[in-house]
Design a protein around this ligand. Structure first.
Ligand SMILES: NC(=O)c1ccc[n+]([C@@H]2O[C@H](COP(=O)([O-])OP(=O)(O)OC[C@H]3O[C@@H](n4cnc5c(N)ncnc54)[C@H](OP(=O)(O)O)[C@@H]3O)[C@@H](O)[C@H]2O)c1
Length: 479
């Protein structure tokens, strides 16, 4: 595994701990080696010590001296500047050396943990220097989001990558696809006869997909101010959560069948048609954002987005999908909320005629908690104990880590293991990325036409009050 950008934040906080956990579980191949690449001068030992500190700090597995002693001799550092062609012959030689020392295959997983402007020179140079499509072994590439800034730039990037790697060797990361509860959606639906028959417009009133963060942008101003919430979160994580929730069950086994169904679903997604005096898109910006480090003092970038989408197929006719995401909000949470339609009134009108009934509060809600807690909550209605006249909501609350008493694998752990195994279904295909950008570009254009300006909101609040109208006008509220 060759990590271009091996000294960066991602490598320290996510990749090295994930590799250590995989080693801990005995899930790495015998001939595994890890090569970090960066511009700074440092020895292998220095690099190993720095990664050890990060593993200690961020890994979900407990620290084990022996395990680290086994892994660390297979960790190397290579100094080189990725922008320049003359850095690559040395890098190639170093990779070959590491391969010879660790079992000899030519299997190489390149991981681009770099700022996006370095993706193109890195891939062009790897290709030019004969470091991909070699005569033996496989060479694959894992590429971090953002995959492009818009449709045009994503196409340009994809042209470069696919001229060097075949589609089944390209692993475009949307790390939400590696999250345990998202992998669980299909199982929850398809393995439970109490859910699958209801998973359609006849029984579901609407779906909410929410990913909120309680922190601001930290020192990611340079990146974030260019992208904003729509490009950073909606284009990737939120649309993939939507696709997994609403897709048709795949009819064949294998990763391509899953990706094909996610794509079909994304192709059916559109912004809910605008109606007079109603907006289906609300953007926000937290107060003080303009003063953040590396942010333009006059920026119009949104740090919050709420929108109403439609899925234009038979299963989901008329069912709104509300998406909501933002920074500096009141809580850190990612979840999918499925609200069911109410039971027909006459059904309980007779047998329960003495009960005091607030019809509007009779809700059945299924919540999939994605992070930070993982679980499933089902809300239903019961008669209040000891009362003859009151109906109250009750909850069945399944907590995944409590039930299984194991650390759920980190998304990066799963994704690295999948890429080593050549398993693509938890990665975005080019067609999915292309479709998601087409949608986001369209929504941005619409927002410019109707002069959507970000509404200011207080840090630590629920976001701009205007976002509430999106659901309220349909008779719902954000969960
Ligand atoms: N950090 C996260 O949690 C996170 C989460 C999701 C996605 N991502 C994505 O992951 C990528 C990396 O993010 P990051 O936060 O790790 O960035 P970072 O901390 O700035 O790290 C960048 C890395 O690239 C290396 N680098 C920069 N220019 C180079 C050059 N010309 N030649 C060789 N190496 C060079 C740096 O090492 P030297 O300074 O030694 O050259 C460093 O190792 C970005 O695309 C980001 O959007 C990050």
């Amino acid at each position: 595994m060759v990590v271009l950008g091996g000294t960066g934040d991602l490598a320290h906080r996510k990749l090295a701990p994930a590799v250590y956990n995989l080693h801990h579980l005995g899930s790495l191949p015998q001939d595994f080696a890890f090569v970090g690449v960066g511009r700074k001068q440092k020895s292998d030992d220095q690099f190993r010590n720095e990664l050890a500190e990060s593993v200690n700090k961020y890994s979900s597995s407990s620290w084990d001296d022996q395990k680290w002693a086994d892994l660390s001799p297979r960790i190397y550092y290579h100094q080189g500047d990725i922008r320049y062609a003359d850095s690559y012959p040395d890098l190639k030689e170093r990779i070959e050396e590491c391969n010879r020392a660790n079992g000899g295959s030519n299997n190489v997983l390149y991981y681009l943990a770099l700022t996006p402007n370095l993706f193109t020179p890195a891939v062009e140079n790897l290709n030019k220097h004969g470091m991909v499509q070699m005569e033996s072994g496989w060479q694959r590439i894992m590429i971090e989001k953002p995959f492009g800034f818009d449709l045009q730039s994503a196409r340009e990037l994809n042209d470069v990558i696919s001229s060097a790697f075949s589609e089944d060797s390209i692993f475009r990361i949307d790390h939400y696809l590696g999250k345990e509860m998202l992998q669980n959606i299909l199982v929850l639906r398809l393995a439970n006869s109490v859910f699958e028959p209801l998973w359609n417009e006849r029984f579901i009133s609407h779906v909410q997909i929410i990913a909120s963060e309680n922190e601001g942008i930290g020192d990611r101003g340079r990146y974030y101010d260019r992208f904003g919430a729509m490009r950073d979160m909606v284009q990737s994580h939120l649309l993939q959560m939507l696709a997994l929730t609403a897709m048709e069950p795949p009819q064949e086994a294998g990763p391509e069948a899953v990706r094909a169904e996610r794509l079909k679903l994304l192709n059916a997604v559109q912004l809910w048609p605008e109606e007079e005096e109603r907006s289906n898109l609300v953007l926000g910006q937290y107060k003080g954002y303009k003063k953040e480090k590396d942010v333009d003092a006059h920026t119009g970038t949104e740090t919050f987005a709420a929108l109403k989408l439609a899925v234009n197929n038979q299963r989901w006719q008329g069912v709104p999908f509300y998406l909501r995401t933002g920074k500096n909000l009141d809580e850190k949470i990612a979840k999918i909320v499925i609200q069911f339609k109410k039971p027909p009134f006459f059904y309980y009108g007779n047998p329960l005629k003495d009960l005091e009934l607030d019809y509007d509060s009779l809700l059945n809600i299924l919540t999939l908690k994605v992070q930070p807690q993982e679980g499933v909550v089902f809300q239903f209605n019961i008669k209040k104990p000891a009362s003859t006249s009151e109906i109250v909501p009750a909850k069945m609350d399944f907590c995944q880590p409590c039930a299984f008493l194991i650390n759920t694998p980190e998304a990066y752990e799963r994704l690295i293991a999948d890429a080593i195994a050549g398993d693509t279904d938890r990665f975005s295909s080019w067609n999915e990325v292309e479709r998601a950008w087409t949608l986001i570009d369209y929504i941005y254009e619409q927002s410019k036409k109707s002069a959507h300006k970000p509404h200011l909101y207080e840090p630590g609040s629920r976001g701009p009050a205007e976002a509430d109208k999106i659901t309220e006008e349909d008779g719902y509220r954000w969960w």
